[in-house]
Design a protein around this ligand. Sequence first.
Ligand code: FE2
Length: 337
Amino acid sequence: MHKILLFVFGLSILASQPTLATETINIFTYRQPALLAPMLEAYTKETGIEFKTVYAPKGLVARLQAEGQNAQADMVITVDISRVKELADSGLLAPLSSPIIARNVPAHLRAEDDSWTALSLRARILAISKKRVTKDSLKDIEQLADPEWQGRVCTRKGSHVYNRALLASLIAHHGEEDARAWAKGLVGNLARRPQGNDRAQAKAIYAGECDVALMNTYYFGKMKFNKGEPEQRVWADSIKLVFFNQQGRGQHVNISAGGILKTSKNKDRARAFLAWLTSAEAQRLYTEINYEYPVNPESAPSDEVASWGSFKMDKLALPEIARLSPVAQRIINSTGW
Ligand SMILES: [Fe+2]
């Protein structure tokens, strides 16, 4: 009886598919799905298009290469420039070919060969103890290597993409040898072995283990308004954010980015969604919900994000950071960061 019912049910699904078929976009993402969810929900509400996301923090290039034409993904969303550049360099991305994206996103935040676009910006700032550090005593990232900060610095591992990109920016500005000396000085100033994520560094400042840490700006908002773990609010309350190198080249930033896969069978759909992510509407979600900075100059940071202060941005070309990332990784290995 059950079998017959299932069979009949199956047939009715098949028969009704043409009218019921939902349009879907398959996303491979390096971003935590929770950070992407508000954008996906808003887009589904507006268009009816649904998403399947595969969270793949590691090995995405190898996986896509192995799957080839069978890859089910239409597009990728990544954090950090190196990863999206790696996908592009591996020939996995199709041109965006979107006048909307070209209009919404400044050229220095897009690939020269049109293979990817940045979708949001985040500043990797210095978090300092409200109690133990006076704001003006730390202005430039270079100072983290100074003897004054001996035993007072906390960071996550150097090899994390956020720190590697920051070090790559120092190589670009000062050359490899100076950047190596800086990393060595920074490691010498660490209060503890590199560990934990960015929020764990704020926790360590709160606990008095260190006085200064490296952190992406949105984590401050995520902690300050945290509902699930209210103790994070206390960590946020113990720190101040310092935008560095404001008298000189400007604050180092990193990005989240997106691209369309060559093997996608739904390129137009993926392109329309990616273009929507750069629209004023989606950019508002990035800043209101995720506490990031918009890439679209027509959009402004949310009131909360704006309250952290405005800053001058280091406009170092992102592909340059990706190019220097392997050099940065060698320095990280040799200095034990
Ligand atoms: Fe992050």
